[in-house]
Design a binder for this molecule. Structure first.
Ligand SMILES: Nc1ncnc2c1ncn2[C@@H]1O[C@H](COP(=O)(O)OP(=O)(O)OP(=O)(O)O)[C@@H](O)[C@H]1O
Length: 240
């Protein structure tokens, strides 16, 4: 399998503050790749670079073999941001229609995709409600449905399951595994170690640096523990 994302030698600053330093990252096509790290580590900045929303001071970001930002690549990316960018006066259904129309889906395909995405995130019954009446978890679920609406080949999910109950979280992970089987590439950021263990490859990020990478099994073997929280702590200590 080829590479879906390649980041080489990336440095990123906000003002004078360096938030990413010498980042190299290769995401295999068809894999679920997790970015794990404490708050402020730089995970969101990395996914924004991949989604073409930020550009690095130094280095390169290639997605689906094109240098980012690239307008043709954007339609193959589904991006779920950490904070929900929704219109409080529109209903769930209006959101899905609006985003589907941006991707120029045909009417029949649009209806099919809306039904699929709404069902996946358990929002079918709530589609006619305005977003102002949605709970935080419902807004997260709607954002995920929007990210999936155009059937993108690369899904970038920034903390997708925050505020989502355990049952739905499992359901969403089952669906991510199914999408992977279809050949989609999924990049997911998380603080939650049980989610990390579901990824094919994990990159651990701390203070803007990549401190460890491997499959969950490799990382556990490398640090001699089955406890993923401990893997992360040990990887962090080695970096000091
Ligand atoms: N637009 C911005 N302007 C200035 N600083 C920023 C901006 N965006 C992020 N930062 C800083 O960059 C660093 C990395 O932030 P980032 O959001 O990438 O971390 P994160 O690992 O995603 O954290 P979290 O898990 O809390 O979302 C932090 O120190 C943050 O304060």
């Amino acid at each position: 399998m080829g590479e879906a994302v390649r980041i080489e030698d990336v440095n990123k600053k906000y003002g004078k503050k360096t938030v990413l330093e010498d980042i190299h990252l290769s995401v295999k096509a068809g894999a679920i790749h997790g970015l794990i790290g404490p708050s402020g580590a730089g995970k969101t900045t990395i996914v924004k670079l991949i989604a073409g929303m930020e550009t690095p001071e130094h280095g390169s970001v290639n997605v689906l073999n094109k240098k980012m930002p690239n307008i043709h690549v954007l339609k193959n990316i589904g991006y779920m941001a950490q904070s929900d960018a929704l219109y409080s006066n529109l209903t769930g259904s209006e959101h899905l229609r609006f985003f589907a129309s941006m991707y120029k889906l045909k009417k029949s395909e649009m209806n099919e995709r809306i039904a699929y995405a709404a069902n996946l995130v358990n929002l079918t019954e709530d589609l006619s409600k305005k977003v102002s009446a949605y709970s935080g978890g419902m807004k997260r679920r709607l954002s995920l449905a929007i990210a999936l609406i155009h059937n993108p080949s690369l899904l970038i999910l920034d903390e997708p399951t925050v505020g989502i109950d355990p049952e739905l979280k499992l359901q969403i992970w089952d669906e991510l595994l199914r999408l992977k089987k279809e050949g989609k590439t999924i990049i997911v950021t998380t603080h939650v170690m049980d989610e990390a263990e579901r990824c094919d490859v994990i990159t651990m990020v701390r203070n803007g640096k990549r401190i460890a990478e491997g499959t969950p099994k490799e990382l556990k073997q490398r640090y001699g523990t089955e406890d993923f929280d401990l893997v992360f702590l040990l990887a962090g200590r080695n970096d000091k």
